[in-house]
Ligand binder design. Structure first.
Ligand SMILES: Cc1cc2nc3c(=O)[nH]c(=O)nc-3n(C[C@H](O)[C@H](O)[C@H](O)COP(=O)(O)OP(=O)(O)OC[C@H]3O[C@@H](n4cnc5c(N)ncnc54)[C@H](O)[C@@H]3O)c2cc1C
Length: 410
């Protein structure tokens, strides 16, 4: 089927963010939406995500966005009849020191202000929730019962189906290769299948968003970094409803997966991918396993869950994800081009953000302003010197390394 000659809004990228944006534009705003994906839907970073869905961040606005995601994921499968793998398992956060426990107490207050009850637990209460845990080193823990996990590809496909059910046109195997501009605005999108005139463009191109933005003179300061986790064989005694775990003082996270465990972490010595253009044909691909780099997480995970030592590793996933200089994602209207909007740079919480970010971005495109105060993620927070790739690389690596550092007292 040939491309339409005109679409009101062209969304670039069929990962979870593009699918969610198209879904919300079509469902909430009755917009005429064309989504273009250069490969297949989910073939970028979305297909290989671990699938933890947490809600609490130090920013109130981002927490609101993530909470929206959970509300959506809870009922999306009923709307689209396409399962998402959503399980409201709750999330257990572990504190190995008093400062971390203080951080959890502050988080519990923040959670309460958003109508979420975050419980503070003793080490033995944490063990009761997750019997395979070693808790001798814990000062305490927190538990947010409404966090959960899902299958990332299935959520994106379910959003894509919902978008189509509401009239959006989603096309695969079509790459955006340029833009026609007039008077600082994009007037048409050039693709491998011809030209489409449009009123607005939404750049949801994941780690490619930087080069897609550059074609319109728009700066998107992100850096792809290699991110790894492993999937184990089934563990005896592990509940299929076990909460996800964040063990920030040991820099690791865990999630139940078909009776086994997915675990990974954030290294103090992250490995970046290219600072140049990301190859366009990097679809459904991974990097080689890097066991040397992963050894630090393996060591910590074995201390926390000793029975992990009794099961084999089924698979390692080493995939690229785009990170940003301040750890927050990039959303909103580009200062250099008034009808290009961006949703990219999700710092390994794009699945958790997907529902809410798509909702906020859709409203932003239609109204020309965000639905809530999103200054923390607004693309305009970056001055133009972030066009310097080395600066972006340097600051992003530093932020990644500090991912599980104690949050500053607000
Ligand atoms: C190992 C790993 C584990 C992760 N675990 C989690 C987790 O547990 N929880 C969580 O919330 N997040 C997690 N993430 C992060 C999550 O995968 C990403 O944040 C999310 O998938 C980003 O979605 P996206 O739509 O922005 O990008 P993508 O999924 O990469 O989608 C962008 C799409 O744009 C397309 N595109 C690019 N250029 C063009 C063009 N010129 N024309 C047309 N199409 C184009 C690409 O082909 C691609 O499909 C993890 C990431 C990694 C690497």
């Amino acid at each position: 089927m040939s491309l339409p000659s005109h679409a009101q809004i062209v969304v670039i990228g069929g990962g979870i963010i593009g699918c969610s944006t198209a879904y919300h534009l079509a469902r909430d705003h009755n917009a005429d939406v064309l989504l273009l994906e250069q490969g297949k839907l989910t073939s970028g970073s979305t297909w290989h995500a671990a699938g933890l869905v947490g809600q609490l961040r130090s920013s109130a606005a981002i927490t609101q966005v993530l909470k929206y995601s959970v509300e959506l994921y809870k009922r999306l499968d009923q709307e689209t009849d396409l399962s998402t793998g959503w399980k409201m398992t709750g999330c257990l956060r572990l504190a190995c020191n008093a400062a971390r426990m203080e951080e959890f107490k502050r988080s519990a207050k923040t959670a309460k202000s958003f109508g979420m009850e975050m419980e503070l637990l003793s080490a033995s209460e944490a063990k009761a929730l997750w019997p395979l845990l070693e808790v001798n080193d814990l000062v305490g823990a927190s538990f947010l019962p409404t966090d959960g996990q899902a299958n990332p590809s299935d959520i994106a496909q379910s959003l894509a189906k919902g978008a189509r059910m509401n009239g959006a046109d989603l096309r695969e195997d079509i790459r955006v290769i340029g833009f026609e501009k007039s008077g600082g605005r994009i007037t048409a999108v050039e693709t491998t299948e011809g030209k489409v005139t449009c009123d607005s463009v939404v750049n949801c191109a994941g780690q490619w968003a930087r080069q897609v933005g550059a074609m319109a003179g728009v700066m998107v300061p992100l850096q792809p970094i290699k991110h790894q986790y492993v999937i184990t064989e089934p563990l005896k005694g592990l509940s299929l409803d076990a909460p996800t775990i964040r063990d920030p003082d040991r820099r690791t996270y865990f999630k139940e997966d078909v009776g086994g465990i997915v675990f990974g972490g954030y290294e103090p010595n992250p490995i970046p991918w290219t600072t140049g253009d990301v190859p366009n044909d990097f679809a459904f691909q991974l990097f080689d396993d890097d066991w040397d780099h992963f050894a630090q997480h393996m060591e910590q995970a074995l201390v926390r869950i000793p029975t992990l030592g009794e099961v084999g590793i089924k698979q390692m996933i080493n995939g690229p994800e785009s990170f940003t200089p301040d750890g927050n994602f990039i959303l909103g209207q580009a200062p250099e081009c008034e009808n290009m909007y961006v949703g990219a740079g999700f710092n390994a919480f794009g699945i958790a953000s997907g529902g809410g970010a798509g909702w906020a971005l859709a409203q932003w495109v239609v109204d020309g302003k965000p639905p809530l105060d999103l200054a923390d993620v607004d693309i305009r927070r970056f001055p133009q010197d972030y066009r310097d790739h080395d600066k972006v690389l340097h600051e992003t690596l530093r932020f990644y390394a500090d991912h599980y550092a104690l949050a500053p007292q607000l």
